[in-house]
Design a protein around this ligand. Structure first.
Ligand code: ZN
Ligand code: ZN
Length: 785
């Protein structure tokens, strides 16, 4: 055949991102990724994080779901039956708060039924937006339909999902792991609910440290320093460090609380830091966690002066009815009037705040339902060793949190939009009635599962009105997706779940609570592998936030460069399990150039027929040995979830070895002509197609649109995503000559360039002895005379 008789089978000159939508539609039509629980293949399951659907998908989610998709695609090519479902989180406080805002209603004076209806309306309105972004990214989710089966889209407020949450509760209740207790708990006056330690964040800022004069009962006075003067009425004791020589003379003395006139003891306690304030600290019920700890330790009963609305009450006396803030201001004014403020300094302060409302939390006694966890810390720590963390150091986030746990998990919340706690109480004797598992219960509007109290025979009951902490729902996603409700045999065969991918900021909530519940129910870790991501930040390394105005919408990125260029950027940019990744439009565009390169070589190679059984020449032997090594490296990287390393290796091989050197070396031979035998020509065809085919297979998990398009055009009607991961192996000592080949080629190119010659101009370079096996190709490539 003559050169002129070769025409590219790929006619389009460039990759067109309009093709993305077309490919996605094909995948859906062909049900390419659907999950069949009956399949013989081993299951690989991914517990995808269900995103909150009331806010659009952000760039960090676009990034991490793309990584999860690559895992799913690689595992599918490796022979697994991949369970990769989409969950949508529709529970929780953010939904309630948005419902209040959008409908201009308050949860406090809206009937429960009506409020729930409004929240549902709002959720249905927003849901489509998130799903669209995920589809545009080309995620190989098992299916996009909502139905109650393994692999389908699920919603956390669905009756089936809530049934599971209640079933886990019923099971834990029957095992004696649940109890109700009155304890001092974290309380958010804005969200009007108790919150768990996992929901507490800290804000560092500078506050007024007030130095207040207290008179001593037997004459003289002392100065204590406090950031919370409004708690004077709740001051129970004053402490100083036993090593603090300034105060050793205070042993056995008593002080009088200003304004209130109550008498408290002054005692030594190691918690007081001599260098903080005056070295004398008042311990109140309750200013912070140390107050709780110390009063508990000294067995001093608390006096509560803040109520659930965040107002001063009871013994707060003249400050009753004021908010905490108002009372603080007024107390300081009153102390100043009486000359009792010695001075006010600025001091750094670490204040516990609610992670949702960002409001300071208070410590208030409430009767709540608890799940035991403190007793199992050692066992939970052991479970962490049974999971493999990516990156390995992220395991410490979980270990540190487990070590930090000091109270049981408070499960009950006084809100509406969540899973109801399935309990009823006998109106006569108070007996707790728990229903059998099997359906979703709503005790606030339903009758109990019994007609008579089993304890006293009474017939009137009160349904529980509280709902669960939303993490109590979220901590059984892995249980739900593996079909615990519907296919127990499948569930037990495939538990633990293969992978939990998630953000580092929810290790102490989502990951920890899942580990806890898995331990309490199954005595097993919930996952084999845990993949923890950091964040996508802006170009200068700043966290993206609406108020700063640096938020990047993934839909905008996709509109500008296409989803495939974004995906190429995701994998080429860096490893998000190692640290934050900076988003850049320019670098996304830059990453897209690799797609152009891939398109161009594919188009060139599409001119030639495939000749897979043709005998090869040393040039093919060299390239095959390089290809074989990049396949092995890529497999190892994919197994280890190190996509960034895989992507960089693949780009290097495809572009800097295969395209720049091998394709250039054999191009002329592939077209044929005088002095080229048919065998030599067919060897080139074999080399070009074997190289390209494997590149497409290797790249398919990362850039699924372009690779599938090219694959179907060139290699058949079935998708690249239905193929096996390449197992091509080839060994040749020519692999050691790569650097010499690269240096030889670059030397000639640079020489011609510096002499102002075109690459097509003749050269008189001598091919060195080591490269003799490739001499015919090199002479043709560089037009060596
Ligand atoms: Zn709050
Ligand atoms: Zn009873």
């Amino acid at each position: 055949m003559e050169a002129s008789s070769f025409k590219p089978r790929i006619e389009e000159k460039t990759w067109n991102r309009g093709l993305e939508e077309q490919m996605f539609k094909r995948w859906i039509d062909e049900q390419l990724y659907s999950f069949n629980p009956q399949s013989e293949r081993p299951v690989y399951s991914i517990d995808t994080p269900p995103p909150y659907i009331n806010t659009p998908v952000h760039i960090g989610q676009a990034y991490t779901y793309t990584c999860m998709d690559a895992i799913a695609r690689y595992k599918r090519m490796s022979g697994y039956n991949v369970l990769f479902p989409m969950g949508l989180d529709r529970n929780g406080l953010p939904i309630e708060i948005q419902t209040e805002k959008e409908f201009k209603i308050s949860i406090r004076n809206t009937p429960r039924e009506e409020f729930i209806q409004r929240a549902k309306e709002l959720l249905d309105r927003y849901e489509g937006v998130s799903v669209t972004t995920f589809k545009k990214l080309g995620l190989s989710i098992n299916g996009w339909e909502k139905k109650n089966s393994i692999g389908a889209v699920y919603e956390t407020d669905d009756a089936e999902y809530r049934r599971l949450t209640q079933e886990t509760f019923i099971r834990l209740f029957k095992d004696g792991l649940i109890y109700e207790g009155e304890k001092t708990a974290n309380y958010c006056p804005v969200c009007r609910t108790t919150i768990s330690d996992a929901e507490v964040e800290y804000k560092e800022y500078s506050v007024n440290l007030n130095f207040i004069r207290f008179a001593l009962v037997k004459g003289g006075d002392i100065t204590i320093a406090t950031t919370r003067p409004e708690l004077l009425a709740a001051c129970k004791i004053i402490i100083y460090n036993p090593e603090d020589e300034r105060y050793t003379n205070l042993v056995g003395k008593e002080a009088i609380i200003p304004i209130f006139g109550k008498v408290v003891k002054v005692v030594p306690h190691p918690y007081a830091k001599p260098e903080y304030g005056s070295g004398l600290v008042m311990i109140c019920s309750y200013g912070d966690y140390n107050d709780i700890r110390i009063l508990r330790e000294l067995a001093i009963p608390p006096t509560y002066i803040i109520n659930q609305d965040g107002h001063m009450v009871g013994e707060a006396g003249p400050y009753s009815g004021l908010t905490v803030k108002e009372a603080r201001k007024k107390t300081v004014e009153d102390l100043q009037t009486n000359g009792l403020i010695v001075k006010i300094e600025q001091a750094p302060h670490r204040e516990p705040i609610c992670w949702r409302s960002k409001n300071p939390i208070e410590f208030i006694p409430t009767k709540e339902i608890y799940l035991k966890q403190v007793a199992y810390k050692e066992d939970l720590l052991k479970l962490t060793d049974l999971m493999t963390f990516h990156s390995p150091q992220s395991k410490n986030l979980l270990i540190d949190w487990i070590n930090n746990i000091s109270v049981d998990w408070v499960l009950s919340r006084r809100r509406f939009y969540g899973t109801e706690i399935p309990l009823w109480y006998c109106m006569k004797c108070g007996e707790t009635i728990i229903p059998p598992p099997g359906r979703y219960y709503r005790p606030w509007k339903e009758k109990p599962p019994v007609d008579r109290c089993p304890s006293c025979g009474w017939t009137e009951f009160k349904g529980e009105e509280r709902i669960f902490d939303t993490w109590f729902d979220s901590s059984n996603t892995q249980q739900y997706i593996l079909g615990y409700l519907w296919e127990k045999e499948f569930f037990y065969r495939n538990y633990p779940c293969s992978l939990r991918p998630q953000g580092k900021e929810i290790v102490r909530s989502w990951l920890y609570f899942t580990v806890l519940k898995s331990y309490l129910q199954f005595k097993k870790p919930p996952f084999k592998d845990v993949w923890i991501n950091h964040h996508v930040v802006d170009e200068s390394g700043e966290k993206m936030s609406k108020s700063v105005g640096n938020v990047i919408d993934p839909q905008e990125v996709i509109k500008r460069y296409g989803a495939e260029a974004f995906r190429a950027w995701v994998f080429l940019e860096g490893d998000i399990t190692e640290g934050d990744v900076k988003y850049s439009y320019a670098r996304t565009e830059g990453s897209g150039k690799f797609l152009t390169k891939l398109w161009n070589i594919s188009r060139l190679i599409s001119s030639f027929p495939e000749e897979p059984s043709a005998a090869i020449t040393p040039s093919e032997e060299w390239m095959f040995s390089e290809l074989s090594s990049v396949i092995a490296k890529t497999r190892a990287n994919y197994e280890n979830y190190t996509f960034s390393k895989a992507a960089l290796d693949l780009r290097y091989f495809s572009w800097n070895i295969f395209a720049d050197h091998y394709v250039e070396m054999v191009k002329t031979r592939a077209y044929g002509g005088p002095g080229i035998t048919k065998e030599e020509q067919e060897a080139a065809w074999n080399g070009l197609h074997t190289g390209l085919k494997n590149i497409l297979l290797l790249m398919a998990p990362l850039t699924p649109f372009i690779t599938d398009y090219l694959w179907r055009k060139l290699y058949g009607l079935t998708s690249v995503h239905s193929q096996s991961f390449p197992s091509f192996e080839y060994k040749s000592d020519y692999v050691n000559l790569t650097q010499q080949i690269v240096d030889f080629d670059s030397g000639i190119w640079n020489a011609k360039k510096s002499q102002g010659l075109s690459l097509k101009d003749p050269s008189s370079t001598i091919v060195p002895a080591q490269l003799k096996p490739f001499e015919p190709d090199l002479r043709r490539m560089h037009h060596i005379q």
